[in-house]
Ligand binder design. Sequence first.
Ligand SMILES: Nc1nc2c(ncn2[C@@H]2O[C@H](COP(=O)(O)OP(=O)(O)OP(=O)(O)O)[C@@H](O)[C@H]2O)c(=O)[nH]1
Ligand SMILES: [Mg+2]
Length: 460
Amino acid sequence: MPPDERKSAIALGVQLPGVSDEEHASSLAELARLGKTLGVDVVARVTQRRAKLHPSSVVGAGKLKDLAALTGGSGLVPMGPPGRRGKSEPDADDAEAEDADATEETAGAPAQAKADLPAAARASVVLVDHDLSPSQARNLERATSAEVLDRSAVILAIFQRHARSREARLQVEIARLSYWAPRVREQSGGKDREGGGIGGRGAGESSLELDRRKLRDRIAELRAEIKAIEHEAGVRRQRREQQNKVALVGYTNAGKSSLMRVLTGSGVMVADRLFATLDTTVRALQPETRPRILISDTVGFIKKLPHELVASFRSTLDEARDAELLLHVVDAADPAFPAQIEVTRAVLDDIGAQGPRLLLLNKIDRVDAARREALRDEYPDALLLSAKDPEDVARLHDRVQAFFERDMVEAELSIPYAQQKLVAEIHASCRVLSEAHDEHGTRLRLRARPEVLARLRAAV
Ligand SMILES: Nc1nc2c(ncn2[C@@H]2O[C@H](COP(=O)(O)OP(=O)(O)OP(=O)(O)O)[C@@H](O)[C@H]2O)c(=O)[nH]1
Ligand SMILES: [Mg+2]
């Protein structure tokens, strides 16, 4: 979205039991950042403490009115099938019971703003920090007259915008269609929004108004297409199988691509926005080591990553699963980082990435000395560093190299001249200490990891 087309949005969240004020605030702040990435500016937050989401409207009737005052909507959830404006649905659980125990809280929203808000000041988008059922989304849209996007829809829309490679685009498209498929009938029954929405419906998205079967057919088609690409990617990966592989993983915006750049001298994109990277890049560690070590940079994780996305990015995440060492990058300057570590761990477990993990507390240049000390105590096995500090990066380089050297053993191999292809492979996968030629072939003294050595011995 061009900058002049930025829209105003309200962030809506329910603070559920067991969620601290801090967690709740940080989750909404993250939602606002996601919105910003998408081109919408969160101008106010509407939050409510509730035991659970209101089944039809997420928040109670009173809070819904507050919300609608900021978007210029009626604040009422009409009864009857969509499209027919009825009177407000009487909400059993609402009127008395719920609003009594709910603590009303409308942060940043002037209470008297109400419906006479000038059109320019009205928010046209509501971002909801929870996954909505199709009917909750529809009811909120009708009560607010705004476009309503839940967390998954926001993330999917960002992925859709940032996907560049054919593979990533197909993966996003599958995830997006899977997400919208169950919602299509609900949405298309109502009055269709004119022009382009930001959530991935709207202009040029008329296919979504078709029935679900067509969507499923399309998903199947895309899956077939991606299978072919994945096959190629699999072959590429297989070719790298014998090499030492390291994957940079972690929460979005932690600094994975920044580290990728300085560790490998590659020009991958670094940006202060969420989900800058969606495509996997693999490059050799620089200065180059013997044997070479390959580093991969890939998509970041986030709280409540839509499962459709995890499913369709599974092949991209294979790089993480195949890695011998995972560099788990953390933004140590973000107060919410411990929760982000947990999210990353959960996703890694989910995709079956079992390799040893080295925790990197990055952006340490933005952490004061006292806090650094505390972090050292709290995370004794972690490496504190800044991607911006060349000395730190050199230390990380050595640490990665040492990881692969630790269990290397020394050996001698003699490769017959008829098998010279192996010599090149040895140079790629071992550290060659000396090399001599005699009448039998090439004699090499080398250091290699035991499994590499076993494979080479079997090949000679
Ligand atoms: N001060 C400081 N900023 C950093 C450091 N590392 C990264 N950054 C900044 O943090 C922002 C995000 O960095 P990226 O490297 O794009 O983060 P990422 O983990 O690749 O993010 P995604 O690709 O979106 O998942 C950028 O603005 C970087 O310049 C660091 O060590 N110190
Ligand atoms: Mg990145």
